[in-house]
Design a protein around this ligand. Structure first.
Ligand SMILES: Cc1ncc(COP(=O)(O)O)c(C=O)c1O
Length: 397
């Protein structure tokens, strides 16, 4: 696989935009006419924010959720319209950019709301915001018991429109009975507050609560949902119900850069944590933790070559990883699948998460910047910078 300068890439990802579209279609089928606020924070969970937003736009998605002002500005600078909600509270110093780039921040304090309204007046622009109500997440937002008074104050600020109110679940992905009860209590609190606001004449365009787990396992409250991981084809936890059928859209590839046969008793890699038990043929792969292949996979994980799993032996290094390919026909330069499917074999971000003792979210967002993301659309596999064909694709539809 070559990059757009003609250099052969050894370690890269391919994001299947058609599969992404299929996932969105499945989510839409499940939630019917609700608005999707697509979580595209952390570079669209490592998939590349601009191509993902473009493709999402083509499926009719008009709302995007980012974590930082910089992520929101990147979306705006790529020419994507629609509503960009900065889900993580921004700093007071960022209100100027928020208003300039027409981002809708999460307002979690009256001080921030006042600063935002004042900045809107200064720039002579109407400003929109979303208000988070903490119904039990224990993180950000107005605490549910006194949220209504605070929201009332914000609603009266000149030039500032409350576009949405929302809340977030900490345990919607759990099937434990006390967790289910907790999630239900959160929904009841939120519904009560939305009802009270309505009585006071505050009716935001969007009311949203459900993340992927909320979509999968609980009734959806409001007219919007905020899925992330599900859109990228993964489930929020092993316990979450697979009520919506999705498939992973990102594959990660590398290459064999050296092969050597060692006699028994030879130690492999840093720390000498693996010693060959017999005559073993060890392949070196050009990917390591500097690419996002977790060091925790040392002597635990696997890679896929020609559809077959081979064990990672010894410590994963920053740029290289060793695998035991004894008895195989693996050759120099052969393609290695770090994440993906081939000939009935598969290795998923879930597998990596289990091996590394973490979450699939962390595996995806941990794929580093130096790993080029390519995009598959129909027969094409191209770099993000070569994706203007998506614009033509838009017009054809
Ligand atoms: C506020 C908020 N909404 C939505 C999401 C999307 O969550 P998920 O990827 O579990 O669907 C997140 C992600 O952590 C979030 O922090």
């Amino acid at each position: 696989m070559k990059d757009n300068k003609g250099f052969e890439l050894e370690t890269y990802c391919v994001v299947d935009l058609d599969a992404f579209r299929d996932n969105i279609v499945e989510i839409k089928r499940w939630v019917e006419d609700r608005e999707i606020i697509l979580a595209v924070k952390a570079n669209a969970y490592g998939h590349g924010v601009v191509p993902i937003c473009r493709e999402a736009w083509n499926t009719g998605i008009r709302h995007f959720g980012v974590a930082t002002v910089a992520e929101g500005v990147a979306i705006r600078e790529s020419g994507i319209d629609g509503e960009v909600i900065v889900l993580t509270p921004a700093t007071l110093e960022q209100v100027e950019a928020i208003v300039e780039f027409d981002l809708h921040p999460n307002v979690v304090s009256e001080t921030f709301a006042n600063a935002l309204a004042a900045e809107g007046q200064r720039q002579g622009k109407p400003v929109g915001c979303h208000i988070e109500i903490d119904t039990g997440m224990g993180r950000t937002g107005f605490w549910h018991t006194d949220a209504v008074g605070d929201i009332l104050h914000i609603a009266r600020l000149p030039g500032l429109t409350i576009k949405g109110v929302f809340s977030h679940f900490p345990v919607a992905d759990s099937q434990g009975s006390s967790d289910i009860e907790f999630t239900r209590a959160q929904l009841a609190r939120f519904s009560r507050i939305v009802g009270e606001l309505e009585k006071l004449g505050i009716k935001p365009e969007l009311v949203h609560f459900s993340n992927s787990a909320g979509v999968l396992d609980h009734p959806v409250f409001g007219n919007g949902i905020r899925p992330g991981i599900l859109a990228y084809g993964l489930y929020p936890s092993a316990e979450a119900e697979n009520t919506v059928r999705v498939k992973p859209i990102l594959s990660m590839f590398s290459r064999v850069i050296q092969l050597r046969e060692y006699p028994p008793g030879t130690s492999i890699s840093y720390g000498r944590t693996y010693t060959t038990r017999s005559k073993e043929r060890i392949a070196v792969i050009r990917a390591g933790y500097g690419d996002g292949l977790r060091r925790a996979l040392s002597n635990r994980g696997f890679v896929l070559i020609h559809g077959k799993r081979y064990p990672i032996v010894g410590r994963v290094c920053m740029d290289m990883t060793m695998t035991d390919v004894t008895g195989s026909s693996v050759e120099l330069d052969d393609r290695v699948i770090i994440l993906g499917f081939e000939d009935g074999g598969s290795i998923t971000a879930e597998d990596h998460a289990i091996w590394a003792g973490t979450l699939n979210y962390e595996i995806l967002t941990g794929i580093s910047e130096r790993v080029k993301r390519l995009y598959k659309k129909g027969e094409w596999v191209v770099e993000a910078s070569e994706l203007p064909y998506l614009a033509e694709y838009d017009q054809q539809e």
